[in-house]
Write a protein that binds this ligand. Structure first.
Ligand SMILES: [Zn+2]
Length: 82
């Protein structure tokens, strides 16, 4: 009877240890997955463009754009387009 109890305890300990190890492994892979998926979200969402006249870099949202070019200011747009 005593051996049966020890055997049962050993099985329980092994089962718990393996369960803990498995959950640790899945946690690790989940973290790696989320890290891989999180990378594109960390990229800047604002595209940087260069003025066609003075080559100054500015966000596309602040640039003056038309069909022909990208400009930093109204003056450079007029200068480029004549
Ligand atoms: Zn410019």
């Amino acid at each position: 009877m005593k051996y049966l109890l020890i055997f049962g305890l050993t099985i329980a300990v092994i089962w718990l240890w393996q369960g803990k190890r498995r959950s640790a492994l899945t946690e690790k892979t989940r973290q790696q997955k989320s890290k891989a998926q999180g990378r594109p979200r960390q990229l800047p969402t604002t595209e940087i463009v260069a003025c066609d006249v003075c080559a100054v870099h500015l966000p596309r949202t602040e640039a003056l754009t038309n069909g022909r070019g990208v400009y930093c200011s109204e003056a450079h747009r007029r200068q480029a387009e004549g």
